[in-house]
Design a binder for this molecule. Structure first.
Ligand code: NAP
Length: 293
């Protein structure tokens, strides 16, 4: 298929590469010039990238970025023709997604929200899980592209439901990681070996994909971003906003938002969100260590 891919960050770079490797004809655009994908053409603007594309795929930071890329100056909107599909793998507001979709529907364009889970490694290895909202026919048309970038898709309902579900997923990822980080900090302070605690976690119902993914990085004290703290913070805020609109109280997440606020004040926003551990360590006066650290 002819695909415009917009946003070559941690996730987008690998996703676009996997589309090229699967034989799709890809044109990329990134706000900051210089990011390239081997085998893909480069366009100077989102509008130019979207020219002649059957599908416009986005993976940018947040709701404002999606708004800019689609509806801003030199935005995709100028190039839209009936039958085009916009697929958005950014994690953004479900309510804004519905508004954006309404606006492009007037031009005969379908909007499929397709946020992902699987992080940097999942993007690189083409094993992302897509959490999708959109009409069935459009989702069906996108299947070869989903298959090139991921291992599974879950269609959660109409447009907006992918983003709503993604927020519910990241709520759990953030809180599971916080539980893990607090447990590691307490155990270390009480003189328990982190590696032994991990072996125990893996052998019991406490094990989780979040712990499995993050533990090797933590034990090596590697906080380079797989999922930057600033983006998890953005997702926590989006979730609290959506909860407020729906009159749902999330007291655990409200507390966690304060921790992210403090981690940001400490200058950790561009590190991985696992760096929230360093705040707990600072308060406790300990450092979690693996054998290699
Ligand atoms: P990233 O590495 O920070 O990349 C962000 C991308 O968005 C860059 O290409 C950036 O362009 C672009 N961008 C930001 N603001 C823009 C604007 N106003 N107009 C146009 N482009 C703009 O982030 P990422 O980790 O790839 O994440 C991308 C999206 O996927 C986010 O919504 C994130 O929440 C979601 N996500 C990430 C992960 C993960 O583990 N990393 C997992 C699941 C979902 P520049 O190069 O010019 O800055």
């Amino acid at each position: 298929m002819r695909v415009a891919f917009l946003g070559l960050g941690i996730m987008g770079q690998s996703m676009a590469t996997n589309l090229v490797n699967a034989g799709h004809v890809v044109t990329v655009w990134n706000r900051t010039p210089g990011k390239l994908v081997e085998g893909a053409a480069v366009a100077p603007t989102p509008a130019a990238a979207a020219q002649d594309a059957e599908v416009v795929w986005l993976c940018v930071s947040d709701t404002d970025a999606v708004d800019d890329v689609i509806f801003g100056k030199d935005g995709v909107e100028q190039s839209l023709v009936p039958g085009t599909i916009i697929a958005d793998s950014s994690t953004i507001s479900p309510a804004a997604t519905v508004k954006f979709a309404d606006r492009v529907r007037a031009k005969g364009v379908a909007w499929v929200d397709a946020p992902v889970t699987g992080s940097k490694i999942g993007a690189r290895e083409g094993t992302l899980v897509f959490i999708v909202g959109g009409d069935e026919a459009s989702v069906e048309r996108l299947k070869p592209l989903f298959a090139a970038m991921g291992k599974k898709i879950f269609r959660m309902g109409e447009t907006g439901k992918g983003q709503a579900t993604k927020l519910a997923m990241n709520l759990q990822i953030a809180m599971i990681f916080e539980g893990f980080a607090e447990a590691l900090t307490l155990a270390t302070k009480l003189g328990v070996d982190a590696q032994q605690l991990l072996a125990l976690i893996e052998a019991t119902m406490v094990r989780s994909g979040v712990v499995e993914y993050k533990a090797p990085f933590i034990l090596q004290r590697d906080f380079t971003p797989n999922f930057p703290l600033r983006l998890m913070h953005k997702d926590i805020r989006l979730t609290l906003e959506a909860a407020k609109e729906a009159r749902v109280k999330l007291p655990g997440l409200e507390t966690l938002e304060e921790i992210y606020e403090m981690a940001t004040e400490d200058g950790n926003q561009d590190l991985d969100y696992a760096a929230t551990l360093t705040l707990l360590e600072k308060w406790a006066g300990v450092q979690v260590k693996g054998k290699a650290a």
